[in-house]
Design a protein around this ligand. Sequence first.
Ligand code: FPP
Length: 253
Amino acid sequence: MFFMNLFRKQRDRSSASKSTKWNPHELPTHIAIVLDGNGRWAAKRALPRTAGHAAGAETFRRVATYCKNIGIKYLTVYAFSTENWSRGEDEVSAIMGLLEKYLHESIEKMERDRVKMKFLGDTTVLSPKLQALIKETEEISKKFEGVQVNICLNYGSRTEILRAVQSLLTERVQKESMTEEEFSKHLYTAAIPDPDLVIRTSGEKRLSNFLLWQSAYSEFYFTDTLWPDFDENELDKAIIEYQSRERRYGGVK
Ligand code: FPP
């Protein structure tokens, strides 16, 4: 409770975007975010790392709601990578616990929030309880059409690419039919357009095995803001920066 109050106080200081300057007709269709800096956010406050993750989960809900409200069609977040298992057992189980809590709350608020939710990654190794919650969340939310939120869980892009190759070989897809389009259909992100904008918080400037194939022509935006401090205004800044870029896809204008 103490952590949450501390977090809310911070939040209340930065109200939702009052000075929106982006063009509503040129919004990115798909925004992907590497949620980074939860641990440092907590350390700055002499709190356990798990408090940073709890604050990060709150931020995520808030940002997802904002995306829905402004008309972003897809939001994909990197919540837990295939490499994150190497963290301490306590931290991993705290993150899994937070995810369970998040999904319970999402199911409860589903009819109000109306957000379609999908999980990308190998979820078969997660606890049966979490797997059941994931299944239920995907099932109940599939009817919603406004925004689709993709949560990458036990996700690693190299593994995703390898799995796609294996699946193409299993299906004996002929060499001539192995196009970029066909390949994309075998990724976790099949049927999801590539991200237009990839954001990473906390000052780190790398992809860390996130959407390697899909981000070939994405615009990248890096901010020093730690994920729990990220908010609507921060997203506005990223969108404004995105809209100032010229996307040429290797061509010329
Ligand atoms: C990165 O910060 C964050 C994670 C690896 C975990 C993210 C998980 C959550 C926010 C919990 C629930 C998520 C959802 C989507 C409901 P870090 O720990 O690497 O931070 P640091 O680099 O400052 O140590």
